[in-house]
Design a protein around this ligand. Structure first.
Ligand code: AMO
Length: 441
């Protein structure tokens, strides 16, 4: 293709969806990607897509300037163009409006054959789509998922701000594991070994002794060997930690947050939800609260026996999912040994601890609980889980500076977006997913 046009003084006056039939006769400038081209001989139709949607460009061949026609001849799908033209209300066009272009600039080319058809007319499997992720994201569904992701984060920040939380940033290069050693990514840190953070756990706990209520939204890293639709090697977590609180307080906070987020997304993302064919319902409260023992009973009654003390295996999660389709519920009072060392055992019954998981169907969305804030007990718990207090000495030292009782949770953003958008695979809800088999693009 010949040289590209220059942007020069052209600036967007409208996104495609801002152009309405009421603007009939107005001159506008739009930019976007050529979605489809239809040539009926005497008339040519181009659908132009931008991040907000699509508008039809109609070019009556006889009346068009030769320079304009020459540009139109050169267009191919996914070329980037700028268009100046007149708005025309036209019932038969998409949204009842079209643009009659007077001038077109070709600003970027697309090489054919394309790796993927962003109109979505040719179905492609997820791997093919992820390999050409940028084209895939231009599909209306791709755009919709990540606009919802954006609004979820706005809602979360809005809600936590209202609850008096301060946003913090903790290190992602760390010296010791927090969530068990197996899933760590080691890295070369100058002349030493270090690890990518699995969670902000120890730092967020420490920070409650200064800021009382903190939250962080950040990526975390786990060397997950298993290939499932809900695990990736890099995910985003929404973490909170609050001083002078127990598991009940943070469970209640999480329930209110979920309701707030769902209502926010429902209000702000109606067209995205429609694109995804999702009918989002505000979940009734209170969410069902099970104890771990009750869940084991529920599963045993249906023929699935899980030895007491073990985490709930995938068949158990599946069964729970089928009993609670598209439903949020909590599982409380876990066996102490099934949870990390920092979770507080129950007073009077140390076999159980003050931990919880928030579930949606079969998906674990969040976990958290009351933490141990007494140094002696924390050292004991470290040892009983086979961890060396020496490796945690900097963390333990903070407990000598005045550590308040505290509780918190970590909520997987990508899993929450899966739940809200009805996606089956977490990779749909991560721009550039990373897993055992995928490190690019
Ligand atoms: P946990 O390990 O349960 O708890 O993680 C919290 C939440 O993070 C999400 N998540 C993941 N999402 C995608 N891929 C993964 N590999 C992955 N691993 C975890 C899940 C999960 O519920 N420090 C504690 C939280 C706390 O107690 O505050 C923790 O990390 O949605």
């Amino acid at each position: 293709m010949e040289g590209l046009d220059k942007l020069e003084g052209w600036r967007k006056t409208h996104y495609t969806t801002e152009i309405t039939p009421e603007m009939d006769g107005e001159n506008v400038t739009v930019f976007g990607w050529v979605h489809t081209i239809r040539d009926l001989g005497g008339i040519k139709f181009i659908l132009l897509a931008d991040r907000e949607g699509i508008i039809q460009l109609t070019i009556p061949v006889k009346e068009a300037e030769p320079q304009l026609l020459e540009k139109v001849e050169r267009l191919r799908k996914q070329c980037v163009i700028g268009v100046r033209g007149r708005v025309r209300a036209y019932e038969k066009a998409h949204r009842g409006v079209e643009i009659i272009p007077s001038e077109i600039k070709i600003l970027g080319v697309a090489e054919h054959p394309l790796d993927l058809d962003p109109t979505g007319r040719i179905p492609a499997d997820l791997d093919v789509r992820l390999n050409a992720r940028i084209l895939d994201l231009r599909r209306p569904e791709g755009l919709a998922i990540f606009k919802i992701n954006h609004h979820v984060l706005r809602a979360v920040r809005d809600f936590l701000e209202g609850e008096g939380f301060l946003e913090v940033q903790t290190p992602k290069i760390i010296a010791t594991a927090t969530e068990g050693g197996a899933a760590l990514f080691p890295i070369v840190y100058f002349d030493r070994e270090a690890f990518l953070a699995q969670s902000p756990q120890l730092y967020k706990e420490q920070l409650t002794s200064v800021f009382e209520k903190v939250y962080e939204v950040a990526p975390y890293f786990r060397a997950e060997e298993s290939r499932t639709v809900r695990h990736v090697a890099e995910f985003t977590s929404i973490d909170i930690e609050m001083a002078f609180a127990t598991v009940e307080d943070v469970v209640d906070l999480l329930e209110r947050l979920i309701v707030y987020v769902v209502a926010y997304v429902k209000a702000k993302c109606a067209s995205e939800l429609e694109t995804l064919k999702v009918n989002l319902k505000i979940p009734p409260t209170p969410f069902k609260r099970y104890t771990y023992d009750e869940v084991l009973e529920l599963l045993a009654e249906r023929g699935l026996k899980i030895p007491w003390g073990e985490d709930i295996p995938t068949p158990g999660l599946r069964m729970l999912g089928s009993l609670h389709p598209e439903t949020y519920y909590f599982i409380l009072d876990w066996p102490t040994e099934s949870k990390p060392f920092y979770i507080k055992p129950k007073d009077g019954n140390p076999k159980l601890c003050e931990a919880f998981d928030l579930m949606y169907g079969m998906l674990e969305l969040a976990s958290g609980g009351t933490r141990i804030h007494e140094k002696g007990l924390l050292v004991e718990r470290l040892k009983s889980q086979g961890l060396s207090p020496e490796s945690f000495k900097h963390h333990l030292r903070v407990f000598d500076y005045g550590m308040p009782p505290h509780a918190g949770w970590g909520l997987g953003l990508n899993r929450l977006v899966m739940a809200l958008t009805g996606r089956e695979n977490i990779r749909e809800c991560i721009l550039f997913p990373r897993d055992r088999d995928r490190l690019t693009p």
